[in-house]
Design a protein around this ligand. Structure first.
Ligand code: GDP
Ligand code: MG
Length: 597
């Protein structure tokens, strides 16, 4: 296709502002699918994505649009993930396009991810078309939101489009604006191949599928493809595009976005952000900014039933096939037995993986408290990365510990600002900025990631009744006075309950943790002592008193079926229990360390 007839664009928005719905409408208008094939939100293909209404993997569709000028245009649309954990994927998607639709819910206005995505789009020199969505809602205030866009983002909103992705109102105007207002791509078909890996995934039938934006040169079947970052070389067996149905093509030229199928066995060889070139005619330099995403949050995953260990390993392997940023390795815990230490991009990523394991693979899991990655500097001059509090070296051997810090942006209605400031201060936050846009405050805080991993989202949502939005990025490491808080149950240390905390908060956390465990561990035939300790020093203690009589006692002489039901219920409750010494600890207790309130 001629470059002047190609437009590559991303849709950027805060979560739930209507990206996927708009994408669906545009596919429908361009005739990519018949009405019968058109299910709601075709791009959110995974069951879980559909249910949670979020887009996890970026997806691309090639549309053919006959514009009002009578010409046919190729529109490559990338639907980007909206959540903070996947910022890197968003950034790579944006690099593959020349412009963006900035979609803002006209009843909600600018939110934290709207801003974060706008900054990313500006970094990539994108032309942006502001689009106000959901104007069909009675609560929509397009005029006010336009002012907000100008005020907060500094973008001219006078030509912002007003649409309803739901009813289809104004969507044709969006397609026209893409053709008229966004620039076509540039590139030289005669130059050596230079392409950007936008995405890669594993398909049961095709093997690894790589989505590439061709910058220079041509990509065809039969050539040898070199991944410049990972240095893998593979034969191209097929290239093509998604319309959204897969369609093979002879060649992908400059400015085009399409898939490549080759002999790649693992997506670890085809990392998002890498540059591909022709092995026999290599381009001189890779595209800038390749930065394989690294996990920042780790936790242990253990099967509730030890017999499910092999199954868990197979399932993790299957998940990793489709998620290059997910890592796992075997871990043995004295308390929980055989399991895996897993690394994630963030908390949502962790939740998604855990949920998929339970749902798609039918596994019952115990998750240990997530931990960030600490840098521990030892007195002998060496350093180590700590992924698990259990591996903490002896205190006498430690010189300093560094922890990761983030820069967080929070947008919140004025009336909830006080609660947000209080929460950030409690979490060792340092305020960097506080500005207003209408009746909304925008606060910027520097926070230790460790404090965000501990239920920060949940708290933020609850103290603002859901009205705050939040975005963050990692800023770097800083020294901190951190200690390992251990938990002992009847004198036995429970490794899976150990957490890293700041010394100033260790007593409060220790007390809260003991209290929580006391509530969660059911009474048994004997007394149970729960202690929190730092090193050898106990800093908090609670006792679960002994059970006096049989639970079924009250049924004696009564209805037998009721008694049986009670016993069955007890048995079911046991499924998610772990034996520590002679004490049974329920699965929920292992997560208690997280929720500090
Ligand atoms: P995404 O997270 O940005 O992909 O948002 P979705 O496309 O999944 O939409 C989030 C919710 O908003 C869904 O329940 C949609 O049905 C709804 N929605 C999207 N566009 C509109 C619209 O124009 N009007 C109304 N009333 N609802 C919409
Ligand atoms: Mg979506």
């Amino acid at each position: 296709t001629e470059l002047s007839r190609i437009r590559n664009f991303a849709i950027i928005a805060h979560i739930d502002h209507g990206k996927s719905t708009l994408a669906d409408r545009m596919i429908q208008i361009c005739g990519g699918l018949t009405d019968r094939e058109m299910r709601e939100q075709v791009l959110d293909s995974m069951e879980l994505e559909r249910e949670r209404g979020i887009t996890i993997k970026a997806q691309t569709v090639r549309l053919t649009y006959r514009a009002q000028d009578g010409q046919d245009y190729v529109l490559n649309m990338i639907d980007t993930p909206g959540h903070v954990d996947f910022t890197y994927e968003v950034s790579r998607s944006l690099k593959a396009c020349e412009g963006s639709l900035l979609l803002v819910d006209a009843s909600q206005g600018v939110e934290a991810q709207t801003l974060a995505n706008v900054y990313l789009a500006l970094e990539h020199d994108h032309e942006m078309i502001p689009v106000l969505n959901k104007v069909d809602l009675p609560a929509a205030e397009p005029e006010r939101i336009k002012e907000q866009i100008e005020e907060v983002i500094g973008l001219d909103a006078s030509e912002a489009l007003e649409i309803s992705a739901k009813t289809g109102q104004g969507v044709t105007e969006v397609l026209e604006a893409i053709v008229r207002r966004l620039p076509p791509p540039k590139g030289d078909a005669a130059a050596p191949l230079q392409g950007l890996v936008v995405d890669s995934w594993y398909d049961t039938y095709l093997g690894v599928v790589v989505l590439v934006r061709v910058m220079q040169g041509q990509l065809r079947a039969g050539r040898k493809l070199r991944f410049m970052g990972t240095r893998a070389v593979h034969d191209v067996t097929e290239v093509g595009t998604f319309t959204p149905a897969k369609k093979a093509a002879e060649v992908l030229g400059p400015g085009e976005i399409g898939y490549v199928i080759s002999g790649i066995k693992t997506i670890q060889d085809a990392k998002v952000g890498d540059t591909v070139t022709d092995e026999r005619q290599r381009c001189e330099t890779p595209l800038s900014g390749f930065m394989p995403s690294v996990p920042v949050v780790f936790c242990g995953l253990f099967p509730t039933d030890a017999a499910e260990y092999e199954e868990l390993r197979d399932s993790l392997g299957k998940l990793a096939l489709n998620d290059a940023s997910f890592q796992f390795e075997p871990e043995v815990s004295p308390a929980l037995g055989f399991g895996f230490r897993c690394g994630f991009l963030g908390l949502l990523h962790l939740e998604i993986v855990q949920e998929r394991l339970e749902r798609e693979f039918g596994l019952d899991l115990i998750t240990t408290a997530p931990s960030v990655v600490y840098k521990v500097h030892l007195t002998d001059g060496t350093s180590l990365e700590l992924h698990n509090p259990v591996d903490m070296p002896e205190v006498t051997k430690i010189k300093t510990i560094e922890e990761p810090w983030i820069r967080a942006t929070i947008l919140v209605p004025d009336e909830h600002l006080g609660a947000v400031l209080k929460l950030c201060e409690e979490r060792r936050g340092e305020q960097l900025d506080l500005t207003y846009a209408g009746s909304r405050a925008m606060v910027v805080y520097r926070l230790p990631l460790n404090e965000v991993v501990f239920d920060f989202y949940d708290r933020l949502k609850s103290v603002t009744r859901g009205y705050a939005s939040f975005d963050y990025h990692l800023e770097g490491y800083r020294e901190g006075d951190l200690v390992k808080l251990s938990v002992l149950v009847n004198g036995d240390p429970v490794d899976a309950l150990a957490i890293m905390v700041h010394r100033n908060q260790s007593e409060v956390r220790g007390r809260a943790l003991c209290q929580k465990l006391k509530d969660l561990i059911p009474r048994q035939m004997f007394k149970i002592a729960i202690q929190a300790a730092i090193g050898g020093k106990v800093i908090a203690r609670e006792t679960v008193s002994a059970l006096r009589k049989d639970v079924t006692a009250k049924c004696y002489g009564g209805d037998v079926s009721r008694k049986r039901k009670l016993l069955e219920k007890q048995k079911a409750g046991k499924k998610r229990m772990r034996q520590i010494g002679n004490v049974e600890i329920p699965q929920s207790a292992f997560l208690a360390a997280l929720k500090m309130g």
